[in-house]
Structures are given as C-alpha cells and as structure tokens.
Design a protein around this ligand. Structure first.
Ligand code: 6PG
Length: 472
C-alpha cells in the first residue's frame, strides 16, 4: 500500500537510525537496502515502530510503498554509489518524485546532481546531517540545500526529526544546489580542528604534565562546566575515564595514535584554498591527522633524533593555562570557519544565513557547544564580521590569549607538538599586526617577475629600482 510519507534507501547505521527517528516521530517510512537480509534484521530492530515501517524487498517494491509525490532519502556512502543509486531509482520514479541525498557528499557533486535533476525537471535536495548515530536516531542537525520549494515540501518531516535547541528545530535551508553540503563540510572541518585542539591539550597533560588518562578526564569534565562546554569536551572526558575490559588499562592508553579520516576536513581546506579564505587551524588539524598516520616514519624519526623526555618543568604550565589556550584557540578557529562560509556565500551566490548556521549547530551536531549561541548572536549583530572582532569574543580572546601564547611557547620549547594551538596563535598575531612582512614578498615577486607592488605613500602599481637591472 502506497502510504509511506518518505522513504530511506540504505540501512547502514545512519540510515537505520534516521528511519527509526522518522517512524518515532509518527511518520510512515518506506525502507530499502541492497542486501535484503539487512531489511529483515532492521525490521526486528524496529520493534513496536515496525508498524510504521514499510520494507521493500526490491527497489520496485520500495517505490510502491511511498505516497505520491514521493520523497526518498539516500543514506548511502558518498561518491559514485550515490550516482549509481540515483540511476537505479530514477526510471522507477515519476517526474515530481524527489531524491534527497543525506550523506556526506562533496558539494561539487551535489551541485552537479542538483543541476542534472533541475535540467530534467526533477526535484532534488542535498542535506548535510550531523550528529553521528545517536543524532540520527534522536535528533540530528540538518543543513539543507537545493530549490527552496523542495525543502519546503519535506521541511515538516526534517524539522520534526531534528534536534531542538530550546524548542527550535535544528534544521535549516541554507541555499540552492550544494549549499547544505558545503555548510556540512565546513562543519566537519571545524570538527577536525576542535578535536585536534582538544587532543593537543590532552597530549600536554599526558606527556608534559605526566597526568593519567583518568586525571585528564576529570579536567575535561571540569572544563565542560565552563566556557568550553561542548559535546566534544564532554565525550573527551568520558573516553579518558573509560577502561579496557580486556586489560584493565585506560582505553586511551591502548588506542594506537594513528588517526583515520574520510576526507571532509581535507575538502574544507581545499575549498578554503580555492576561495582564498584562510583556515589555518583546520589545515593544521588535517595535517596532524596525516602525520599521525605516518607511524613508521615517526618511529624512524624518534630513533634517529631521539624521542627525548618531553616532560615540562614543574610549574611551567597548569591546566588553567590549557583551558585558556583552548578557549582562545577555539574562537579563532570558528572565526576562520565562518569567514570561509561568508566568502563561499558571496562567490557562489548563495546568501548563506550566517546566524542561522551557528543556530543550527547549537544542538544535535558533533560541534554543538554553548559558545555557538553567542556566535549566533554575534553574527546576527553583524553577519559578515570576523567573529574575533565581535565585542563578546574580543573580550573572551583578550582574557585568554596569554594562556594560548604561554601554552604554545612552553609546549614547543619542550618538544611537544601543538600544530593547531600554535597556528591559532599565529593567526591571532597576524590578524592584530598593522604591518606584516608581506612587503618583502611583494618586493621578491617584483624582483623576479616584475609583478609590481603598491606603495605606502603613492597610489597605483609600482616597480622597484631593480627592474631591468638584473635582466640586462
Ligand atoms: C557528523 C560527523 C560525521 C562523521 C564524520 C567523521 O557531523 O556527524 O562529522 O559526518 O563522523 O564524517 O569524519 P572522519 O571519518 O573524516 O573523521
């Protein structure tokens, strides 16, 4: 019977949780998975919600369970599988049936797919969904992109299943084409940076201060009650306090220090470079993951140069300095992320709703934190302004920048790597310097390539006295 309000293709962890969330919110949901045994196990997991779940054993059956015009969420791995799934579905659909890609798609792919759909007269949405499995099940943060009327058609379902911040749904339309997936990509870039900043502070506590994992956990727990309150600080405390049942050791101590990644942080960096919108803290975070993965080289380096005792002198640094460093570093990193969003918004003609982006991240997503509420207020005040220039954050940075400087310098003198923290500091120092050393770059460019430079005392393009001399 064709009475499902929406369909979900792909019953991996995220798709399954999203389908249960939809059913839990009173909607009827059709489900399909390429491996049919998974459909059966999913129906068992659905329990009493299974009354509102209509399984389709074949793609044709699945399509027939959906009300017209049909709305179909794809929750399959990003990349060519999405194109293959669209190609398999389209011949079974009517013109006004809508496909909604809810995976972590590259926004260029979403732009391409959305254009193909629009050219063929089909509705299409690309939505970024954040919050991991728990978010998908109980309320994710949803960033939508595509024609506004397509969003409006399913907004009541997406808002119902989304996380709520003080009753307000964390589901927002960001703009046309790949806007939603672009915002999700930058979310993930910030996620990488936020995680790296926390990991660096943990590394200093462990190696520099000789603290146990459990003690680090207690510090994170305390920080979570202050300005750093966030999901990532909260879970860092929980993982630091967890024990491995096999060995009885802290779980953190038995986890290999080789970070994985699926690539969204890298995409953020690539897009920032293409747009000329610097995100150095995110770059440092992506780079740190890459270097962590080169374990053999690191081991060889330690053998060649000596790993050294990287313990800090007593009283060189305290956990309060680390908290300050994290507060300042976090604000500076988010300032970069929002600047990138602002630049992309202009370049791609999206008119991204900057305060609403901060708002949609206040609940449900991985980077949710109390600071995002203040960021939303600052962006509502002046949406194009760098967050570090907003009065609230100016005061916070001013109060905490000394901690960031002390931690960066002290850690580096002891040989403790802090790429994200130190890059946040370098960004701050550059951002607040009236005269940088870029005049030297301009002189060099003019010397070897006659590229010209601006002068401090005259309008127009100028060349140095060297021009012509060394070419004679
Ligand atoms: C989220 C997460 C989610 C996923 C990341 C992990 O917002 O829910 O960002 O999308 O956990 O893709 O990314 P990495 O594997 O690259 O760390």
């Amino acid at each position: 019977m064709a009475d499902a309000d929406i369909g979900v293709v792909g019953l991996g962890t995220m798709g399954a949780m999203l389908a249960l969330n939809i059913a839990d919110n009173g909607f009827r949901v059709g489900v399909y998975n390429r491996t049919s045994s998974r459909i059966k196990s999913f129906m068992d997991e659905a329990g009493e919600l299974s009354d509102r779940v209509h399984p389709g054993v074949t793609l044709e059956d699945f399509v027939q369970t959906l009300k017209s015009p049909r709305n179909i969420i794809l929750m399959v791995p990003a990349g060519p599988i999405v194109d293959a799934q669209i190609a398999a579905l389209r011949p079974l659909l009517d013109d006004d049936d809508m496909i909604i890609d809810a995976g972590n798609a590259n926004f260029h792919d979403t732009n391409r797919r959305a254009k193909a759909a629009v050219d063929a007269g089909h509705p299409y949405l690309g939505i970024g969904v954040s919050g991991g499995a728990e978010g998908a099940r109980f309320g994710p943060s949803i960033m939508g992109g595509g024609p506004k009327d397509c969003w409006d058609r399913v907004a009541h379902i997406l808002e119902a299943i989304s996380a709520k911040y003080e009753g307000q749904p964390c589901a927002t339309w960001m703009g046309e084409g790949g806007a939603g997936h672009f915002v999700k990509t930058v979310h993930n870039g910030i996620e990488y940076a936020d995680m790296q900043l926390i990991a660096e502070s943990y590394g200093i506590m462990r190696d520099g201060l000789g603290m146990s994992a459990g003690d680090c956990g207690t510090v994170f727990e305390r920080w979570n009650a202050g300005a750093l309150q966030s999901y990532l600080i909260e879970i860092s405390g929980e993982v630091a306090r967890a024990f491995d049942p096999d060995t009885g050791n802290p779980v953190l101590d038995i986890i290999l220090d080789r970070a994985g990644q699926k690539g969204t942080g890298r995409w953020t960096v690539i897009e920032s470079q293409m747009l000329g919108a610097p995100v150095p803290v995110i770059e440092a975070a992506v780079g740190a993951r890459n270097i962590s993965a080169m374990r053999d080289l690191r081991l060889a380096g330690a053998k060649l140069y000596g790993a050294g005792e990287r313990r800090l002198e007593a009283d060189a640094l305290g956990v309060d300095d680390l908290e300050q460093a994290l507060i300042a570093g976090k604000i500076l990193c988010y300032a970069q992320g929002f600047d990138l969003l602002g630049k992309a918004s202009g370049e791609y003609g999206w008119a991204l709703p900057m305060p609403e982006i901060a708002e949609v991240w206040r609940a449900g997503c991985i980077i949710r934190s109390s600071m995002l509420n203040d960021m939303a207020a600052a962006l509502r005040d002046a949406s194009g302004r760098n967050l570090a220039m907003a009065p609230h954050f100016k005061a916070l940075i001013a109060a905490n920048i000394y901690g960031l400087r002390k931690v960066s310098v002290t850690a580096q003198m002891a040989g403790l790597p802090v790429p994200a923290l130190s890059s946040a500091l370098a960004y701050f120092d550059t951002l607040t310097k009236t005269r940088t050393s870029a005049n030297m770059l301009q002189a060099q460019r003019d010397y070897f390539g006659a590229h010209g430079f601006e002068r401090v005392d005259k309008e127009g393009e100028h060349h140095g006295p060297w021009l012509g001399q060394h070419l004679r």
